[in-house]
Design a protein around this ligand. Structure first.
Ligand code: RB5
Length: 151
């Protein structure tokens, strides 16, 4: 398991917390920035993480901004990315089991580090269930193909 990480200034501190968690879990990661709390633009950090995951260079991506919303919108523009904005443990489990999400976003201004750590753990450890859920994902991929010419 290799995880690509990114954040804007609104998510910088939570990204640092997630790095500590991944180290505790012995999970390899690469940090694609930002590297301080100076103001930056979230798409600049969502894009490299989403592209690396879509290319198969990383198994998963985790992105943090103030709300998690901007990062999720940006990441979901990259074909092959299934990104979920998650702020509760039920959704962390369900979005892996049902949606096979490969990118997780959270908002540092929305949840505390304790809950965020639990969400990350659950999201990284939960397997996709396949079956009827794969059929639905295939239909989502079909939407990409129709609108972007991606096969
Ligand atoms: C930055 O102020 C904030 O807009 C950003 O972190 C994020 O919440 C956008 O969705």
């Amino acid at each position: 398991m290799r995880v690509a990480l990114g954040a804007d200034h609104g998510g910088f501190r939570l990204k640092e917390e997630i790095k500590s968690l991944l180290e505790e879990m012995n999970i390899a990661y690469e940090d694609f920035g930002c590297d301080c709390e100076a103001s930056v633009d979230y798409p600049d950090y969502a894009l490299p993480v989403a592209e690396k995951v879509a290319a198969g260079e990383f198994d998963r991506g985790i992105l943090v901004c103030g709300t998690g919303i901007g990062m999720s919108i940006a990441a979901n523009k990259v074909p092959g990315i299934r990104c979920a904005l998650v702020h509760d443990m039920f959704s962390a489990k369900a979005t892996r089991e049902h949606n096979d999400t490969n990118v997780l976003t959270m908002g540092e201004r929305v949840i505390g580090p304790g809950l965020a750590r639990e969400i990350v753990k659950i999201w990284l450890e939960t397997e996709f269930q396949g079956g009827r859920h794969q059929r639905r994902i295939d239909k989502v991929t079909g939407i990409e193909a129709k609108h972007l010419g991606v096969k």
